[in-house]
Design a protein around this ligand. Structure first.
Ligand SMILES: Nc1ncnc2c1ncn2[C@@H]1O[C@H](COP(=O)(O)OP(=O)(O)OP(=O)(O)O)[C@@H](O)[C@H]1O
Length: 316
């Protein structure tokens, strides 16, 4: 059934204010196309979770088959929207228009990063598409979800250093946010020691003494367009894991250049790829972790990953 009522949940702050620009474009198009919409603005970090939860509940209880929750924001906002659906409303489809700075989920599943094209992908859809997301569980903690990746080691340290960089806000103002990111990459390289892990994929355990970057993902991209796992398919129901061992700086740089140029880095001996349905990851030293770009802190990790499915109102 076609959707005619749009409950728009937007993070105007996403992409350093890009959310507001994207909304101007989308609102004009919705008005021109005479679509009904109601706007819900995320006022603080975490607000999208409760907004989406309440909307999904309302749509469900009033059986509004023609209504769609339309998320506008970056990966962090989408992550919150999926948390808002939780287990109870996991079959409720979402529309998604990327407006962040990284937009890795959109890149990974083929949602356009051009707002009007992304809107058309939603408007022409006649049914929902299923995409993989990943459920993860830390010992005795409630289940978490992620739409992109969970990383321990180097990438998590980059996230932490970028978030805490005093220069970030100033550089963002001048659209130079990526400079803060590059500075964090270099700093993280010199601060991240290699660490031992045990990785179990569908019952088979591999031990690494010198892991440097460990990323669990359901599609190819992380860090705003870095093609970390070119073989990952976001609809295959499998989880991909990339483990990179510590390398000299020049090799790490060439590895990242290859990732950016299309993903031939997987030929390196120090890049290991696994794929499966049940993943268990244990770090034997305390390291930094991140899930969808949010810091998980520095700790010993003992994580279980399982594939899950969520539905997006989307036609390619
Ligand atoms: N009104 C708000 N003010 C401040 N922060 C907010 C607000 N609404 C949501 N947030 C938080 O902003 C964070 C960043 O948003 P989001 O990830 O959408 O943008 P981004 O970081 O620019 O994009 P990307 O992750 O794609 O690079 C989210 O984790 C969310 O918790």
């Amino acid at each position: 059934m076609e959707k005619s009522t749009y409950y728009v949940v937007i993070n105007l702050q996403s992409g350093s204010g890009n959310g507001a620009n994207v909304w101007k474009i989308i609102e004009k198009a919705l008005l021109e196309k005479k679509k009904n919409y109601q706007l819900f603005i995320s006022e603080y970090a975490g607000h999208t979770i409760s907004l989406v939860n309440q909307l999904a509940k309302d749509i469900h209880t009033t059986q509004q088959k023609d209504a769609l929750i339309l998320i506008i924001g970056g990966d962090g906002t989408l992550h919150e929207a999926v948390r808002g659906l939780g287990e109870e409303y996991k079959k409720t489809p979402l529309g998604y228009i990327p407006a962040g700075s990284g937009n890795d989920f959109a890149r990974g599943v083929g949602i356009s990063r051009k707002p009007l094209v992304a809107l058309n992908q939603i408007l022409k859809a006649k049914s929902a598409s299923a995409f993989d997301i990943i459920e993860f569980q830390e010992k005795e903690q409630p289940v978490g979800y992620f739409v992109n990746n969970v990383g321990v080691g180097f990438d998590a340290l980059v996230v932490k250093l970028t978030n805490n960089s005093s220069a970030k806000a100033t550089l963002n103002k001048y659209n130079l946010g990526s400079l803060a990111y590059v500075a964090s990459l270099v700093k993280a390289y010199f601060n991240q020691r290699s660490f031992p892990i045990q990785l179990t994929v569908d019952g088979k355990t591999t031990a690494f003494k010198d892991a440097f970057l460990v990323t669990t993902t359901n599609h190819s991209y992380f860090g705003g367009g870095v093609n970390i796992a070119p073989m990952a398919v976001p609809t295959d129901g499998l989880i991909d894991v990339i483990v990179v061992s510590k390398l000299p700086l020049l090799k790490i740089i060439s590895l990242f250049v290859m990732m950016l140029l299309g993903g031939r880095h997987t030929r390196f001996k120090s890049v290991h790829h696994f794929s499966g349905k049940k993943i268990h990851l244990e770090t034997l030293h305390a390291v930094d972790g991140q899930a969808d770009g949010e810091e998980l802190g520095k700790q010993l990790f003992d994580l279980d990953f399982n594939p899950a499915t969520r539905y997006f109102w989307f036609a390619n």
